[in-house]
Design a protein around this ligand. Structure first.
Ligand code: ATP
Ligand code: MG
Length: 566
């Protein structure tokens, strides 16, 4: 392989994907006049998920890299399941990922006329016929991969009769399911998809774009390849399950072709993620059954869910680059995605102080009315992000977990007679504490501070092992913080004998109220992302307001992926 055909990945050069190599070769050979034109063809029957992002990055990414174009085409061949809401969300999500289809937005329904004419043409050429049998009987007669199918008694209907019946099917004369149009190919073909596939069925529901104009609708297999052809697509990239459909698409294209141009379909492996379901049907079930709070619930693998959770498009793209495109089905580890999110947010998220489970600390030798400002660097990874001042005073909140009455030796946080540094401020020593004897809950901790230990001051040479984050009681803002765990507690919830519902994690959402945040967060806006120091990355939720700030946990700081590789 050429040296130029490699890409960087974490410092090592790895070959370009097999698909990119095919594109490079096709362009070199001048195939289809040296053009590259791809398309992303979602069915508008649900919201896009991270699996779709893998297809989007390839379709748009290859066109962008090699000076071509990528169309957006809504595959709206089934009027029953599709909704405008989904169309809008698909547009929004592709733009969010950073891709644009300019004026090339199409719908499979734009081609209903052309597809109908093509069906008529096939009938005239003796290559399609109307079958009056019910679909379950047709399915039975298909045989099996090792057994040839049985020809329909209607297979040799003369073209005139087929034409007449097909027209009347479209005029609404017959009931749904009473007749279909089939391509006349080969009932013995080892590829089941070639055994006289159904290409049109009667559906009497109105279509969101064509209204009541049509009573017959093309099957996906009859529409997809031809739509590619009509749009001048050169590389039709799709997932592996379509590999067995390719001979059928080619059969239709052969019948349409008038020049040497033809789209080339190349299949790649789907994205599957551990602890996740990636099927629009199942995701819709979770929404309808109220298992999640909607398509954009931050636990959902949908792009709008990941966005609300605080994931960035850059992190998603980086993850997709890391897993690559192959011909082999696999399940990708969700911790790799989380790793990509952390790496990205580490560079861009300002550090702030937030206390999720507050415990009050009183500094007994600090003046009651006094407030002083301490300066904290916003992001040690990026000096250009500057610093900010936060107020320090006599009463502070620290994290409840950062105090222990009776700690083991290795506990380097606060405990009776022990010292810690309050980040950016002073060293404090715990002198005593008050405990509610009935509940056993520690209510307040009393400390003294050493004024000579202020961070950054020349004389602050004293060293202690633990550093805690804190928020001044008087200045704190109250917030709700939503902590998320995986939606499923099984690595492969859909690959089991039991229904996937059985593996829903009942503790996937934990709502913490009364969290205490530093005052600078008052101006944070939905989707702003932060690192709460020592805790993880968080992002402002859409439900947030000045009166009731709400944050979503994006990801914790613990990187199980990096650990695994060490
Ligand atoms: P689902 O199974 O989730 O309902 P789908 O394949 O029916 O998805 P479409 O809207 O038809 O969804 O998909 C649009 C494009 O996205 C197709 O080209 C499809 O191959 C691709 N795609 C869908 N799911 C994945 C995935 N998990 N990984 C990679 N590509 C995917
Ligand atoms: Mg589909």
């Amino acid at each position: 392989m050429n040296d130029e055909n490699t890409r960087e990945n974490e410092g090592t050069k790895i070959p370009v994907s097999f698909i990119e190599q095919i594109i490079i070769d096709d362009l070199k050979e001048g195939r289809n006049n040296g053009r590259i034109h791809t398309r992303f063809p979602p069915e508008p029957n649900g919201y896009l998920h991270i699996g779709h992002a893998k297809a989007i990055c390839l379709d748009f990414g290859m066109a962008e890299k090699y000076g071509g174009k990528c169309n957006l085409r809504f595959d709206d061949t089934n009027p029953v399941k599709e909704e405008i809401e989904y169309i809008d969300s698909i547009r929004e999500d592709i733009h969010w990922l950073g891709f644009d289809w300019e004026d090339r937005e199409y719908f499979a329904s734009d081609y209903f006329g052309k597809l109908y004419d093509f069906a008529i043409d096939l009938i005239n050429r003796g290559l399609a016929y109307v079958d009056d049998q019910p679909s379950d009987l047709i399915a039975q007669q298909k045989g099996s991969p090792t057994q040839p199918g049985i020809e329909s008694p209607f297979r040799n209907r003369p073209p005139d009769e087929n034409l007449d019946l097909f027209r009347r099917m479209n005029e609404g004369e017959f009931d749904e399911g009473s007749r279909v149009l089939r391509a006349k190919i080969d009932m013995k073909n080892p590829n089941m998809h070639m055994r006289d596939p159904i290409i049109y069925r009667i559906i009497k529901a109105p279509h969101h774009r064509t209204g009541n104009k049509w009573k017959v609708y093309p099957m996906y297999d009859f529409a997809h390849g031809q739509c590619d052809f009509f749009e001048g697509i050169t590389h039709s990239l799709c997932t592996l399950e379509f590999e067995v459909h390719r001979p059928l698409y080619d059969w239709f294209t052969d019948k349409l072709m008038t020049s040497s141009y033809r789209p080339r379909q190349i299949e790649f492996n789907r994205l599957n993620l551990t602890y996740t379901v990636l099927s629009k049907r199942k995701l819709l079930e979770l929404v309808r059954e109220g298992k999640v709070r909607g398509w954009d619930d931050p636990r959902m693998p949908t792009l709008c869910g990941l966005r609300r959770r605080g994931y960035t498009p850059e992190a998603i793209k980086r993850f997709i680059e890391m897993i690559g495109y192959t011909k082999f089905e696999a399940i990708n580890d969700i911790s790799l995605l989380e790793h990509a999110v952390r790496e990205d947010l580490n560079m861009r998220a300002p550090r702030v102080f937030g206390v999720l489970k507050p415990l009050k600390v009183i500094i007994t030798n600090y003046p009651e009315e006094k407030t002083e400002e301490v300066t904290i660097i916003n992001n040690p990874e990026d000096e250009s992000m500057g610093s900010r001042n936060i107020p320090f005073s006599r009463e502070l909140y620290i994290e409840r977990d950062d105090f222990m009455e009776d700690p083991p030796n290795k506990f380097f946080r606060l405990a009776p007679d022990r010292e810690v540094r309050l980040k950016g401020a002073f060293i404090i020593k715990c002198e005593s504490y008050r405990k509610n004897e009935t509940t056993g809950i520690i209510e307040e901790v009393y400390c003294t501070y050493d004024p000579d230990t202020r961070s950054g001051a020349n004389n602050s040479q004293k060293k202690v092992k633990g550093t805690l984050h804190w928020v001044s009681v008087r200045h704190a803002i109250d917030a709700e913080v939503r902590i998320y765990d995986r939606l499923f507690n099984h690595e492969d919830p859909t690959g089991q004998k039991d229904d996937y519902h059985k593996f829903l994690n009942s503790d996937s959402l934990q709502i913490l109220k009364g969290c205490k945040l530093e005052p600078s967060l008052r101006s944070a806006r939905p989707l702003d992302r932060f690192q709460f120091q020592r805790l993880g990355y968080f992002c402002v939720d859409y439900d947030s307001s000045e009166d009731n700030p709400v944050f979503n946990q994006t990801v914790s700081l613990r990187d199980s992926w990096s650990k695994m590789r060490k």
